[in-house]
Write a protein that binds this ligand. Structure first.
Ligand code: 13P
Ligand code: SF4
Length: 303
């Protein structure tokens, strides 16, 4: 049954000239069938440069929306429309407009985990892999409003020494990780290095051996001589890490590190989406035009 579905997806994708992009947190069968698997920045770059007419995005809504903004004339499909990001919902365009009015002249840096409307209100987007360079690209004398992830914002502040206005947003999955939980893992695996995502709270990022985006974590493990690692990010990523680093021992920082939104997309949903060309992601043209500027500036800045 699984093999039949896979065959169907591969056949149908050719028929409609589609490319399948998947985030590292997706289910293993989705990562295996995708044309490209990556972090948010890599996926946005792929979306911006693809020759395919249809982009099927296996990830969450803000990622598919970004693909549509970068390709207004292409069809972008999100196989399950329920796949959202609770952190992206923590900042709205109206609230951001109010904040901008309080700080005229401020530069708004917006984490890509945000809605199209919020991107349209921002000056530049960033992902966790290029956030430090994005903030460093802003002249020192400008006030920076950073939305919505206060943990990523605090990490940037700690690395750049740059004070920013931080929004009260966070990823509920990463924010829930405490250093006490990491210590339990360290007691079990005293030789292991701790590598975490910058969406984790400061009490964790301050003490970790390395803080990286998902692609950065993969790179860190590949180039490290270490044999054991405690990983502080979503559990789906362990599949890619283990596949790429077969000799290394990997432990999740917490027993369950699960983003339910990243698991809505199954092989059945992907096949159905390709068959019926659903769910098509749309962004109103005026919002799309303004959001696109912020995304294109983001893509120009390397991680
Ligand atoms: P990355 O850009 O590091 O893949 O992170 C995306 C995300 O949603 C993390 O929770
Ligand atoms: Fe959003 Fe967190 Fe899930 Fe990433 S892990 S998609 S930030 S809720």
């Amino acid at each position: 049954m699984l093999a039949e579905l896979e065959q169907y997806v591969l056949r149908r994708k050719k028929e409609i000239n589609a490319v399948i992009l998947a985030h590292f947190y997706q289910l293993p069968e989705i990562q295996d069938i995708a044309d490209f698997v990556g972090d948010s920045l890599q996926l946005a770059i792929q979306a911006a440069s693809t020759q395919a007419q249809v982009i099927v995005f296996c990830g969450v809504n803000f990622m598919a929306e970004s693909a549509k903004i970068l390709n207004p004339d292409k069809t972008v499909l999100l196989p399950d429309i329920r796949a959202g990001c609770p952190m992206a919902d923590m900042v709205g365009a109206e609230a951001l407009r109010k904040k901008k009015a309080e700080y005229p002249g401020a530069v708004v840096v917006c984490y890509v985990n945000s809605s199209a409307e919020v991107k349209a209100e921002s000056d530049i987007c960033c992902t966790s892999s290029n956030a430090l360079n994005v903030v460093r690209s802003i002249p020192e004398d400008r006030t920076v409003i950073f939305v919505p992830d206060k943990n990523l914002g605090a990490y940037i502040q700690s690395q750049t020494g740059r004070e920013m206005m931080l929004w009260e947003g966070y990823c509920p999955i990463h924010h829930a990780l405490s250093w006490a939980e990491v210590e339990k893992q360290k007691e079990l695996h005293p030789q292991a290095q701790v590598v975490v995502h910058p969406e984790c709270p400061p009490e964790v990022t301050r003490r970790a051996d390395a803080v990286r985006s998902t692609a950065g974590i993969l790179e860190y493990l590949r180039s490290s001589n270490g044999a054991e690692f405690i990983i502080g990010t979503e559990e789906g990523f362990l599949y890619t890490l283990q596949k790429n680093c077969p000799g290394k021992k990997l432990y999740l920082a917490r027993e369950s590190f699960h983003c339910p939104d990243m698991k809505y997309i199954t092989l059945e949903k992907l096949a159905g989406s390709l068959e019926k060309m659903e769910q098509q992601v749309e962004v109103p043209p005026e919002i799309s035009r303004r959001a696109r500027r912020s995304l294109e500036r983001m893509i120009e800045i390397k991680g």
